[in-house]
Design a protein around this ligand. Structure first.
Ligand code: 5AD
Ligand code: SF4
Length: 433
């Protein structure tokens, strides 16, 4: 989401006459797009701010701005840092040229007003990822779920869906410019809902997420479509039915479970039980047998017992995740958990539980990859492999990284590959001629 937002910022600034430079030491303006989701994400920014102090001593006239969720959360506290000139929250990037113009007057500038509308629909993001194959499209902003541990609803505001016509235009333009894959992004994409009656709309009917997904998939069978993130409580059958209809909608669903224990899920305010989650997975596997599932897991949430932790390990085994994003619980100020629940799992225990979760995930990833040995997969090439220019790297529809000898193939090609070996992280294969 932050990569996507940075592309909006670049677009806004380019229109105001700025251009991107390749070295930070050459920049006259440095903007940092920040994340508040865990404390260590914020700690990284504090050390960056220290580094900017040393840069500013060497470069007269250097302007430093802090953008994103940390700007929204800490507001004036960031401006108190002598090195910070501008603080701009996630909904105020259109205002950046104005804030920059006001600076020479001597006053530091701040805008952290959250919007009730999708604010960037008509901005064409300038892609920063240079592979020219795969791009993010932001389809909604904010979150209404208020999971008890999570700071996102406070720093990104309420859920707002973007005008579907502008999403379709962006996807078509990307495809016409040679892109082969788009990822529809939102904190909770399944609750995308554009109401025809609410706003000026070229659509006569309301547009749900599954309808939007279908319209994007119809742009071309040569355009792969992904989406992230789905909330298990909102992931309904209509999305699965649409996926079955269009083979260019990738066979991968990111479905964060967070915990395998019902009592922890309840304290997290996730609004589903372990059983309901597993039934969802059963339905996915029935309708889309070749679909991979990935997840997010939090270790050591408030009140998590050893048994709760074992329940998380067992849900991972039952789900057979091909990959996971795994975190230690980090208390975030102002959230319900911070206000009402004790952060009572000792750091040492959080750490050892996280390590057990990671070790199990490595095992599961390896099992999932081994199941592909001998299979034929279609890889969309994204670049050279890290090790060698003689090998290309790309992803399968299931979102697995696959490496194979380059031959005549190039970035942006769809290549049929037979999987011949694997590690827990990567598939390796040979081109099927
Ligand atoms: N501590 C640890 N992990 C968190 N996440 C969100 N908030 C926290 C927190 N306070 C994780 C969740 C979410 C992912 C984006 O970040 O797993 O799905
Ligand atoms: Fe945070 Fe929950 Fe919203 Fe995800 S769904 S952004 S975890 S509040």
């Amino acid at each position: 989401m932050n990569v996507s937002d940075s592309e909006v910022v670049l677009s806004v600034l380019q229109q105001a006459g700025y251009s991107l430079c390749s070295k930070i030491t050459e920049a006259s303006l440095i903007l940092v797009n920040t994340c508040s989701i865990r404390d260590n994400a914020e700690q990284k920014i504090w050390s960056r701010i220290d580094y900017f102090k040393s840069l500013k001593k060497r470069r007269k006239g250097l302007t430093v701005g802090i953008l994103g969720c940390m700007a929204e959360r800490l507001k004036e506290r960031l401006l108190e840092q002598s090195v910070v000139d501008i603080v701009a929250g996630p909904d105020s990037y259109r205002d950046l040229p104005h804030l920059l113009n006001e600076l020479p007057g001597g006053e530091k500038q701040i805008n952290t007003i959250l919007s009730l509308e999708e604010t960037y629909a008509d901005i064409s993001p300038v892609r920063m990822d240079k592979n020219g194959v795969s791009a993010f499209i932001s389809i909604m902003r904010g979150c209404n779920n208020f999971c008890s541990y999570c700071v996102v609803p406070y720093v990104r505001g309420r859920e707002r869906s973007r005008n579907p016509q502008s999403i379709l235009n962006e996807a078509k333009e990307l495809f016409n410019n040679g892109y082969k894959e788009v990822t529809l992004l939102g904190q909770n994409v399944n609750s995308f809902n554009w109401r025809a009656t609410d706003q000026q709309s070229s659509f006569k009917e309301d547009i749900s997420f599954s309808k939007l997904l279908e319209m994007v998939a119809q742009i071309s069978p040569q355009l792969r479509v992904r989406f992230s993130t789905s909330h298990p409580k909102d992931m309904d059958d209509s999305v699965l039915t649409t996926m079955v209809k269009y083979s260019n909608i990738c066979r991968h669903i990111h479905l964060p479970v967070q915990s395998g224990s019902d009592s922890v899920l309840k304290r997290m305010n996730r609004k589903y039980t372990r059983k309901e989650y597993l039934l969802r997975l059963e339905k996915i596997k029935k309708m889309l047998p070749d679909c991979t599932i990935s997840t997010d897991i939090i270790a050591g949430f408030c009140g998590e017992s050893e048994q709760d932790h074992l329940d998380t390990l067992s849900v991972m085994r039952e789900a057979g995740y091909y990959t996971s994003f795994m975190f230690q619980y980090s208390q975030r100020p102002d959230t319900t958990a911070a206000q009402q629940l004790a952060d009572d799992v000792p750091p040492r225990v959080k750490n050892s539980r996280l390590n057990e979760i990671i070790a199990l995930q490595n095992e599961l990833s390896h099992i999932s990859n081994k199941a592909d040995l001998g299979n034929e997969v279609e890889v969309l090439v994204e670049g050279f492999s890290k090790r060698s220019k003689a090998e290309l790297s790309g992803r399968t529809s299931q979102n697995k990284v696959c490496i194979f000898p380059a031959g005549e193939h190039k970035v942006g090609d769809y290549v049929k590959v037979k999987v011949t070996s694997c590690s827990s992280a990567t598939l390796k294969g040979e081109v099927i001629s």
